[in-house]
Design a protein around this ligand. Structure first.
Ligand SMILES: NC(=O)c1ccc[n+]([C@@H]2O[C@H](COP(=O)([O-])OP(=O)(O)OC[C@H]3O[C@@H](n4cnc5c(N)ncnc54)[C@H](OP(=O)(O)O)[C@@H]3O)[C@@H](O)[C@H]2O)c1
Length: 110
């Protein structure tokens, strides 16, 4: 099912995107990595290919339409098509641990 599928992942340089790329590459997907930090993408592509998988990368800023179009173009040029676009890029503001007692004491019934 996943083997041979061409999967582009935005936000692939860390976290969920990186883990997904590594996982799907092990299942035989052809991965196209996108994020802003080219150095991290290059290292991940090298890791994937070093483990016998297929991956290319394109520096991508999802806030810019032409940058996203270039990511899709990269998939088409490299693998002839794009099957899946995982639009994962984004920011997740962290919650300080100091807020937990307040949440447990005042907001949650434990
Ligand atoms: N972790 C959670 O608990 C959680 C919960 C709910 C939702 N989410 C969502 O899941 C997604 C991934 O979360 P994560 O925890 O894996 O985050 P993360 O480790 O901070 O990774 C975020 C990724 O997005 C990329 N990115 C950020 N802005 C970008 C932009 N303008 N263009 C292209 N790439 C961009 C970052 O790479 P560069 O900086 O190199 O561009 C990085 O690869 C996010 O959309 C987040 O909001 C996460």
């Amino acid at each position: 099912m996943i083997k041979g599928k061409v999967v582009a992942i935005t936000g692939a340089s860390s976290g969920i995107g990186k883990a997904t790329a590594l996982h799907l590459a092990k299942q035989g997907a052809k991965i196209v990595l996108g994020a802003r930090s080219e150095e991290s993408l290059a290292a991940l592509a090298e890791q994937i290919t070093g483990e016998g998988g297929l991956a290319v990368y394109k520096s991508t800023d999802v806030r810019k339409r032409d940058s996203l179009e270039a990511l899709v173009k990269k998939a088409r040029e490299q693998y002839g098509r794009l099957d899946v676009l995982f639009s994962n890029a984004g920011r997740c503001p962290s919650v300080p641990w100091t807020i937990l007692p307040w949440m447990i004491g005042n907001r949650w019934s434990m």
